[in-house]
Every structure is written in structure tokens, then in C-alpha cells.
Design a binder for this molecule. Structure first.
Ligand code: NAD
Length: 466
């Protein structure tokens, strides 16, 4: 199948492109709902018509199984568009302002939903279509114009998205810039009304600093280091299967996957037994032969993961096979003994599953708060009282009780981090809201002048009495 070629956008064209997209916003072209709906519908058909290219691109970039591409990339975005087009009129409608003192109700206070303006969307590689097109859907729906900068680490997917955007959308309003650090740096020099960034916290810091120079608002969807906790009252089979699912998808290259699992000392052996069974059930011929298992995105990430495992003082209990030529890393369970271990200190973002035995739930909560007090997700397995205790004594962007990151797989539920795992949220209505300015508006009727008179000087004694 002939995939379009990935080509870096010439650096000297970036300023003009962003100025063109800004001028289109200022021409008010994207304001009418009908325009936005047409663009969203065109994007839907662009995705559908290029489904085969998307599937092939995701396969080449990250070895993504077709089934997963259908669910988490293509189908995800198409459903998102259906949701947005079905609900756009409701989302965009003015809201009556709430909690208004009676005397102010005569000026009809309301909230208008205005587009924030021209936005830059920067995507990550692991869900290359969803993490780029998802925010773009929100931007189009909100009436913004937008430039998308997909991740260069998934070049085939980036090139297919560029083709779809160029062929489907109004080119004066939406466009794609391809490239890596130099191109993104050039983009950050331009004027934006919002920057929506998905990726690592390190790069998120660069984006936020640059944006702060011009007081440009940012939404940051950042990295994980998410803890899972398995108490002595958890069901070990459920915990093993669900946590393996959360680490096998995309070969663990998922921001919301658990980074490490703390297990009550009594539950370690039952959990490991079940994990071994789950691995055999998921991959009867082994993960390597399975068509349902992805690959690591590139050599750099493969080497990073290999080094992490080499540096670990843990004991490999299951898996451990790697093949650089094939960018394959087997799901690998490692028993570690310290939170200083390389597999816990940093985000693995790969199929390495460190487990740490703990004395009890209190110790697990203490460690969770010490390792990263605001992770993207937390995953407690245990009784209702135990899992509620975890929620009430920790913070995180989201949480799934008795599951790995299930909360993050609900496409219409707001998704985002907290503290250093991110700021702002999107998906469902939140995708519209994140690109919308809630503009407070009042309208003072002429007949109110006699009452309004109290605000004008001179501030006479009789006015003070009113
Ligand atoms: P990354 O930060 O390396 O790259 C993301 C984007 O930033 C790319 O488009 C890249 O071109 C750009 N970029 C990289 N270096 C830059 C620099 N110096 N200046 C300007 N731009 C730069 O992230 P990644 O490797 O694509 O993704 C992995 C990270 O993203 C992990 O930490 C993961 O947890 C996180 N992530 C978060 C979410 C979320 O929704 N919270 C989703 C996916 C991935």
C-alpha cells in the first residue's frame, strides 16, 4: 500500500502558515455552526475513506494491531465526530448565568461560547491519530482555526493525517506542519491563542515556559508514573488480567498505564501465579508470535527501555526477551525492592511491569504519595473500603477502581492530569470547552436607567440610603 511520504515542513514557511490560519479566524469564517459541522463531517469522511492507510500507518509506526487501530484510533475519532456533531448546537448555545442577584437579572446575564481563536495542537506518537485528531475535533467544534503538529516519531501516521486534513478541510483554517524540535520551536515563536500539547513532562515544561512569555494559555496532557495497588482483599485473577491488559495495549506505551504495582506481601504469590496464567491466555504462542502485540516505536525508545531494565536491581520473574531488530520487548514482570529502582523512578512507557511487595495498604498509599504525588492515574484493587481509602488519601488526574486505566477508555469522559501530570482536560464536551472562552455578557435595557441612576455621581445621601 502506498503511504504518503513524511516530509519536514520548510522552516521558513511556518510563520506565513500560522499567519494565514490566524487571518482566517479573524475573518470570522469559522464562527457559524454550519461551517464547523461541515468541516467535522468532512473530517469524518476523510478518516473513513483513508481507513486502510491509517491502519497500515499505525502498523508500520508502532506495530499496532488492526483491531486496536479500529478501536483506539480510527473508530475512536469517528465516534468522537459523531458525538460532537450530534451535540454541538447544545454545547454552543448561550447559557443563562447562574447565581445572579435578583436586581441584576434585568440585564439578562448570559455566557456566550466564543472560540478561543487560533490554536496549536502538538501530538504524541503512541496513539498518533487519536491524540492529534481528538483535540483537533474539539478545536473545529469550538470554532477555532488550528495548526496540527503531529509527532515525528510516528511519521507514517503523521503523513496520512496531513493528507486527510489537506484533502478534507478548509486549508485556510486548518493545516498540518510536519517536523521535530526545530519545526516545533519555530511554531512556538508564532502567536497562538491556545497551545494544546500532549507528550512528556520535560517537553511540556519547554512549551509552558515559552507560552508564558506571551501569556498564551496551555493545555498540557503529560506523563504518568501511575501506581497500581493490590491489597490482600483483591481478586488476584482479576487484578492480574486487568493490569496485564493495561500494560500490553500498545506494548505499554500508554500514558495512563500503571508504572508500578504495589502488592500486599500476602498477595504477591497468588498475583504472580495469575499473571503467568494471564500471559499464557493472552498469548498462547507467546507475545512475539501474536498479531495482537505492538512493537516499541523506535530504536531510541527500545534502548531507553533496555537500559532501564539493565539498571534495575529487580529480579525478572516473567518475560525478559528482547529483540532490537524487531523492536520487540516481551511483557516483563520484575520484582523490585526499592522505590529508587530505575523501573519506578522514571516512567517506563513500555511493557515492563515492576512489582513491589508492601506490608499493607497504608504503606502502599505512603509510597504512592512519595513517588509522584500527582500522577495521571491510580489503580487500586481491593475491597470498597480499601479503594475508597486510596481515593481519599491520594491525588491523581483520574482513577480506575479494580481495573487498569478503564476510566481513560471512556471516550466522552473528561480526561486530563493534575499538577505535574498535566493541566486542563478534553474529550466529550470537555473537548469543546477546552477551546472555548466563556464570555460573560449583559445587556442593559434603556428602561433600567432610572434604577441605574444610583451608580452615577454625585453620590448623594439619598442614593446612599437606596
Ligand atoms: P515527546 O514529549 O517526546 O513528544 C511530543 C511532542 O513534542 C512531539 O510532537 C515532538 O515533536 C515535540 N517535541 C519533542 N521535543 C521537543 C522540544 N525540545 N521542543 C518542542 N517540541 C518538542 O513525547 P512522546 O515521546 O511523543 O510521548 C511520550 C510521552 O507523552 C510520555 O511521557 C507519555 O506519558 C506522554 N503522553 C501523555 C498523554 C496524555 O494524554 N497525558 C498521552 C500520550 C503520551
Amino acid at each position: 500500500m502506498a503511504l504518503p511520504a513524511f516530509e519536514h515542513t520548510p522552516l521558513d514557511s511556518i510563520a506565513a502558515t500560522s499567519a494565514r490560519v490566524r487571518a482566517s479566524f479573524l475573518s470570522h469564517k469559522t464562527r457559524p455552526l454550519e461551517f464547523r459541522l461541515v468541516q467535522l463531517r468532512k473530517l469524518y469522511w476523510g478518516l473513513k475513506d483513508n481507513a486502510d492507510l491509517i491502519i497500515e500507518a499505525c502498523k508500520r509506526d508502532i506495530g499496532k494491531p488492526t483491531y486496536e487501530t479500529h478501536i483506539v484510533e480510527l473508530g475512536w475519532c469517528m465516534n468522537d465526530i459523531i458525538f460532537m456533531t450530534n451535540n454541538l448546537a447544545r454545547f454552543a448555545k448561550d447559557e443563562k448565568a447562574q447565581d445572579i442577584p435578583f436586581t441584576n437579572t434585568f440585564v439578562r446575564p448570559r455566557i456566550r461560547k466564543d472560540p478561543v481563536g487560533t490554536v496549536l495542537v502538538i501530538g504524541a506518537y503512541n496513539f498518533p491519530i487519536q491524540l492529534s485528531i481528538g483535540p483537533l475535533i474539539g478545536a473545529i467544534a469550538a470554532g477555532c482555526t488550528a495548526v496540527l503538529k503531529p509527532s515525528e516519531s510516528a511519521p507514517h501516521a503523521a503523513a496520512v493525517m496531513q493528507k486527510i486534513i489537506a484533502e478534507s478541510l478548509d486549508p485556510s483554517c486548518y493545516t498540518c506542519i510536519q517536523g521535530a524540535v526545530p519545526e516545533t520551536t519555530a511554531l512556538l515563536e508564532q502567536k497562538w491563542d491556545k497551545i494544546f500539547y500532549t507528550g512528556s513532562a520535560n517537553v511540556g515544561t519547554i512549551i509552558a515556559k515559552k507560552a508564558a512569555e506571551t501569556l498564551t494559555p496551555v493545555t498540557l496532557e503529560l506523563g504518568g508514573r501511575n501506581p497500581a495497588i493490590v491489597t490482600k482483599h483483591a481478586d488476584p485473577r482479576l487484578a492480574a488480567r486487568r493490569l496485564l491488559w493495561a500494560k500490553h495495549l500498545n506494548a505499554g506505551q500508554v500514558c495512563v498505564s500503571q508504572n508500578f504495582t504495589m502488592i500486599d506481601k500476602e498477595m504477591v504469590q497468588p498475583f504472580l501465579r495469575e499473571m503467568k496464567i494471564a500471559l499464557e491466555e493472552f498469548y498462547p504462542q507467546g507475545a512475539r508470535q501474536s498479531p495482537d502485540y505492538s512493537r516499541i516505536v523506535n530504536q531510541r525508545q527500545f534502548q531507553r527501555l533496555k537500559k532501564m531494565l539493565d539498571d534495575s536491581n529487580g529480579k525478572i520473574l516473567l518475560g525478559g526477551t528482547m529483540d532490537e531488530a524487531d523492536l520487540f520487548i516481551e511483557p516483563t514482570v520484575v520484582q523490585v525492592t526499592s522505590t529508587e529502582d530505575s523501573l519506578i523512578k522514571d516512567e517506563t512507557f513500555g511493557p515492563l511491569l515492576p512489582i513491589l511487595a508492601v506490608q499493607d495498604l497504608d504503606e502502599a498509599i505512603k509510597i504512592a504519595n512519595e513517588v509522584h504525588d500527582t500522577p495521571l492515574g491510580i489503580y487500586p484493587f481491593g475491597s470498597k473500603a480499601e479503594t475508597e481509602k486510596v481515593l481519599s488519601q491520594t491525588r491523581s488526574g483520574g482513577a480506575s477502581i479494580n481495573d487498569g486505566f478503564f476510566h481513560a477508555s471512556i471516550p466522552t469522559m473528561a480526561f486530563g492530569g493534575v499538577g505535574s501530570s498535566g493541566q486542563g482536560a478534553y474529550r466529550g464536551k470537555a473537548s469543546f470547552d477546552v477551546f472555548t472562552h466563556r464570555r460573560s455578557v449583559t445587556s442593559t435595557p434603556a428602561w433600567l436607567e432610572s434604577l441605574m441612576d444610583v451608580r452615577y455621581p454625585p453620590y448623594t445621601a439619598s442614593k446612599a440610603k437606596k
